[in-house]
Design a protein around this ligand. Structure first.
Ligand code: ADP
Ligand code: MG
Length: 698
């Protein structure tokens, strides 16, 4: 039988990471995948597109899930439609002629002691040469019209069909099955890695060796074994991240910020000026902030809550706490649109309170910009609102005490670091793309977290519907019905290309088309990233004041736009957007008391990938941003959610947020003990945190 290969014991005596025939050669792991037999430049490029560059990457390529084994059977006992695994011998094989050009069918007559059958493979003509008469093979498949349609097979090589089969995130160029074979070629290199976990720690926690865990991940004998391997790998990556964060924290220790004492008169006037009372969640966040601001240790707090949950109100409170003690505040946001939007909401209330605001963006005319910067330096401005230009360029504040960074996830760790120094302001990081609490701790292990877990009362969740192109006209009928009741609407244009300019042109063209068609007779504005700041501001004001009925826009409206009278949104070609982005966009409606709707229009379902369908369905199913964030992670992988720019985060691939909370806490504790310990883990920390560590040492 070709299946003589015995499953490797898990953490057992001849574990692959144990004694090998040669000493470990860790450098082998950093070799490009092309160093493996049978991988040429073309395949290497396809693997590169999946993020797999090195042997190490290949070994760490996590299965998306496992397919359970099909029960073993005899040919005579096969039932139509039921999957089974059979051990058979090839009688003869060949390619069956077909009329369809893109389809090849390979067929093989196979037999076992109970009988014989024709097995067929689709589009696998390359196999024909290998299916020699007499070859014993194992097949997995089901009978359809008297033929065994093969779904998986083992020619005596690597697939072990009677064990759970790992399914990998694949591409058109590299199938999951192919990945399984390639990974099999890399598995012998497992013994080239030294285990980064200190052995004492490993023993104390009863953790298996890393090599064994990777083995179990790719070749599990049971789902439990795969899971045990995954957990060990998750623990390690969490530990590495926590260790890096702990060391960073150690370096930052000693920085001081102005202690702001208890809230004063401006803070209470602000509360009175608000047209509503604060929610309990907002009050809790404020209490946390007040406690932090009273101390000279710089605040590092993450304020997270779903879109529209009322974070900005809290952020402004924190900024005013600086102003009332004679210091300044800075509000930093990722886009100019958002900066302008914030100015629109913040300025009126500040005016009433006698607080002076300044906008600083790179889009400002040079003279205005210079004037704003001068005012900030002289202390003639209390609050500065701007994009990260505020920190990238050397804006000097007379006395910056509180900095609010909105949409935290869009800033890399680097930018966060840029604000630090001996004299660091108190910092509040806000995110509207909800980061599951576990992840927040993971990633921002050095932050305190306030969560606004429910929106102001009186809001009902946005109702989301998913329709395909051919029913798009119904979506516009619904939209017109809202407008007839005096409401307003958004139409989000598709992401036609990666270039801002062509997206903008497409949005203009679409607005023009709609003015003549579905939206004829309505007042339609168009907003995109290529407009001059003044123009953009004018359009936003017009929409906010009700002078426009519909805003046709690109994703520039993703964040910050706050018009409670807008109650319906159509997203065109919604399948092209990411989940987090769609959730953000949807957050533009449902901001008032009226029931709001979000209509997702996509191409026909048959044309969509499974993942795209899952994304859209997830949006229909829930408005809970935390749940969506976790779904997003499942669909995309952790690194992607956070953006690869953030060093370290893209390396979290084994962690599962929901389940791994206890692991994370354990990793935090262990990291505390290991901060000053030198060891093999340091290589991993350096791999993850890279240059930053060197900067710290310099
Ligand atoms: P976020 O920044 O979390 O997206 P915002 O602070 O912009 O949310 O608030 C969204 C909307 O809810 C705004 O129109 C704001 O005025 C309103 N809002 C905020 N807090 C309250 C509250 N406690 N009661 C009623 N409305 C509120
Ligand atoms: Mg906001």
């Amino acid at each position: 039988m070709p299946h003589a290969e015995l499953p490797r014991p898990f953490a057992g005596a001849d574990a692959p990471g144990g004694r090998g025939p040669h000493p470990p050669r860790p450098e082998r792991l950093d070799a490009p995948v092309r160093s493996l037999p049978g991988i040429g430049p073309k395949l290497a490029a396809s693997l590169g597109a999946l993020g797999v560059e090195t042997v190490r990457d290949l070994l760490g390529y996590r299965p998306r899930r496992y397919e359970p084994p099909a029960p073993p059977g005899r040919l005579a006992d096969l039932l139509a439609g039921q999957e089974a695994t059979v051990d058979v011998e090839v009688v003869h094989a060949g390619v069956r002629p077909t009329r369809r050009r893109r389809l090849t069918i390979l067929e093989a007559r196979v037999r076992d002691p109970s009988g014989s059958v024709t097995a067929i493979w689709f589009n696998q003509a390359w196999l024909a040469d290998r299916l020699r008469p007499g070859l014993r093979i194992r097949l997995r498949g089901a009978l359809e019209r008297g033929e065994l349609v093969v779904r998986d097979f083992d020619l005596g090589g690597d697939g072990r069909l009677t064990y759970p089969a790992p399914l990998y995130r694949a591409s058109e160029a590299v199938s999951s099955r192919r990945l399984r074979e390639l990974i099999a070629r890399a598995l012998p290199h497992l013994r080239d890695a030294a285990d980064p976990l200190p052995s004492g720690l490993r023993a104390a926690l009863g953790l298996p060796l890393r090599a064994d865990s990777l083995w179990a991940l790719h070749r599990p004998r049971s789902i439990q074994e795969a899971e045990a391997g995954r957990r060990r790998l998750a623990f390690e990556e969490l530990l590495v991240l926590q260790l890096g964060l702990a060391r960073r924290r150690q370096r930052a220790a000693g920085a001081v910020a102005p202690a702001l004492g208890p809230p004063g008169e401006l803070a209470s006037r602000y509360r009175e000026a608000l047209p509503f009372g604060l929610t309990d969640a907002q009050e809790r966040a404020i209490a946390g902030i007040d406690a932090d601001l009273a101390r000279a240790v710089p605040m590092e707090r993450l304020l997270q809550g779903d879109v529209g949950s009322g974070k900005t109100v809290v952020a402004l409170y924190a900024l005013l706490r600086a102003v009332e003690r004679g210091h300044q505040g800075a509000l930093m946001v990722p886009t100019e649109t958002l900066a302008e939007q914030h100015l629109l909401t913040v300025e009126p209330i500040c005016e009433r309170l006698g607080v002076r605001c300044r906008l600083v963006t790179s889009g400002l005319p040079a003279r205005e910009r210079r004037a704003a910067l001068a005012a900030i330096a002289a202390g003639d401005a209390d609050l500065a609102i701007g994009t990260h230009a505020l920190i990238q360029e050397t804006v000097s504040f007379r006395s910056l005490a509180v900095a609010v960074v909105d949409e935290q996830h869009r800033f890399g760790v680097e930018q966060r670091a840029a604000l630090a120094g001996e004299r660091a302001p108190h910092r509040l990081h806000m995110t509207a793309t909800p980061i599951p609490r576990t992840l927040a701790f993971t990633v921002y292990g050095d932050l305190a977290v306030s969560e606004i877990d429910r929106p102001p009362a009186g809001r009902s969740p946005v109702i989301t519907r998913w329709v395909t192109h051919e029913r798009a006209s119904e979506a516009y009928t619904r939209l017109r019905a809202h407008l007839e009741r005096g409401r307003q609407a958004y139409v989000v244009c598709p992401l036609v290309s990666p270039s801002e300019a062509s997206v903008a042109r497409a949005a203009e063209a679409e607005a023009e088309r709609l003015r003549g068609a579905e939206l004829a007779g309505l007042r339609v504005g168009c907003l995109h990233g290529q407009l001059r700041p003044g123009e953009r501001r004018r359009i936003m004001e017009e929409f906010a004041s009700g002078a426009l009925d519909v805003l046709v826009a690109t994703t520039v409206i993703e964040v910050g736009i706050d018009v409670p009278n807008a109650t319906i949104m159509i997203v065109q070609e919604a399948d092209r957007f990411g989940l987090a982005q769609l959730h953000q966009l949807r957050g533009r409606v449902g901001r008032g008391e009226e029931q709001s709707y979000c209509l997702l229009v996509s191409r026909p379902k048959e044309e969509l990938t499974d993942v795209a369908c899952e994304r859209l369905q997830a949006l229909v199913d829930t408005t809970d941003g935390f749940e969506l964030a976790e779904t997003d992670l499942e669909l995309r992988g952790m690194g992607q959610l956070l953006g690869t720019r953030q060093s370290g985060l893209s390396d979290l691939r084994f962690t599962r947020l929901r389940q791994d909370r206890p692991l994370l806490e354990r990793a935090r504790r262990c990291a505390g003990e290991l901060v000053d310990v030198e060891g093999p883990l340091d290589d991993e920390v350096e791999r993850v945190f890279g240059d930053e560590d060197h900067r710290g040492l310099a």
